[in-house]
Design a protein around this ligand. Sequence first.
Ligand SMILES: Cc1ncc(COP(=O)(O)O)c(C=O)c1O
Length: 356
Amino acid sequence: MRLFRPDVDRLTAYTPGEQPQESGWVKLNTNENPYPPSPRVLEAIERVASSRLHVYPDPVGTSFRKAAAELLNVEPDWILPANGSDENLTLLLRTFADPGELVCAPYPSYILYETLAAIQGAAFSRILLNPDWSWPLPACREQIENCKLLFIPNPNSPSGTFWDQETVTGLVPPRGVLVLDEAYGDFADRSDAIKILSSDVGGRVVVTRSFSKSYSLAGLRFGYAVAHPDLIRGMRKVKDSYNCDALSLAGAEAALHDQDWMLANREKIIATRGRLATALEDLGFDVTPSQANFVWTTHAERDHKQLYEQLKAGRILVRYMQFPDCIGETTIDGLRISIGRNEEIDQLLTALNTLV
Ligand SMILES: Cc1ncc(COP(=O)(O)O)c(C=O)c1O
């Protein structure tokens, strides 16, 4: 007797980065923010915890949506809060991709898109990026024209590279929806994603944002989508009634109100990123210029998996990533290193100094 849906039976589950629960690790593998969230977040959470846990949260997050709308200069009905960006990605698949319809994403990029498409029973096609992480235009035109949903992480992971407004606008599927996944958007030099929403193609674009990275709230699980209210209305139909709990709604709203805190951490991370890139290059690594809170790095003469393992043996975690079947049927592999505190990056560099 077969109990599982065939799509689930066939599925290879997505494997997130390692999350050791004990202290004593230099953890540079899942792009968390090394700095704590704004103290206003804790105050807001404590307020809610002491008075509002016995009732259900606001199912549509009215107060958060108002705050986000003010920040972005849109109306609140353009905003959909979710339990992390990952939940919004799931909602996008449920809303827009029927089983069998085509979903695309660049490759190498965030592998979760493929897993979510498989769960939905949608067809998935990788758009193989050029070795310099640019789009293979016009070769990928046909894929884009036929796809119902195209996910683009911008900045991209694992490369940290950023595609400009003109490139991204030209990639909106003519009969589908473009998702601009801006999980790392706050670290980019500039982002025009919200402007794209009011352009000619804006009615077919959804921007997703995360509180896990720039706002230091990976443990809270919160993100939001921004799109034309017609699209948001459809997505809202398929979400759980109470997809965001009262604590995360209050915490995220407080975080949003403390832009200075987030921007100060952003500056520190960008400064450390520059220092790390230079030091890695001095050690003989190639470093892809990054606009995110991590760098993608390779070494022509060293085995990346072995380096990852040697670092791990010294309780330093980075992410070893391997992407088979890239353009030219080559396998790309390398290390994705999250930007930690200066002391953590110093520990990493000291260890690498002895290893390369
Ligand atoms: C490109 C990309 N999108 C989305 C996410 C998930 O964000 P969240 O923690 O808000 O679910 C990640 C997490 O690493 C990511 O790398």
